[in-house]
Design a protein around this ligand. Sequence first.
Ligand SMILES: [Zn+2]
Length: 152
Amino acid sequence: MANAEIYTKWRDQQGGNRGSGWSGPHGSASASGAEGIVELNQHAERLAWKAAWPNAIRTFIRTSIKQFPNQPLQIKIWVDQQVCPSCQKWMVIDVISHLKLLKQEFPTLKVELYAEVLFARKTEKVRVQQSTVWPVTVGNQSTYQNLPEIYN
Ligand SMILES: [Zn+2]
């Protein structure tokens, strides 16, 4: 059983673990069943993202961007178990390409994507980029090069 939630804030807004200080959850989901049994595209982080993107995230931006001009938007995928290799790749490729679409409506907007994992009662957060080195408490594989060629 894994749970995931999607949060947003502007860079200078103070934010702590999970939803503390963040807006949201804009989407949340649970995946029941053990990893390996749940279909990859039904993992909690994917379902939570599906609930948040694009409408809830766009609404957050539209309603708050004027108060935070020129600040990067921070988006956080919170999950309560280690991110599997397929979802690591999905974050780097699919979620980031979704976020690039925001340029159409907000041409100067900069977006930072984060993954935050609650693991053994400890929370750890990383910025998600192709160059990310993932701590084992956050992601199953440490580098992009180790992620599966084919993922779904
Ligand atoms: Zn996964």
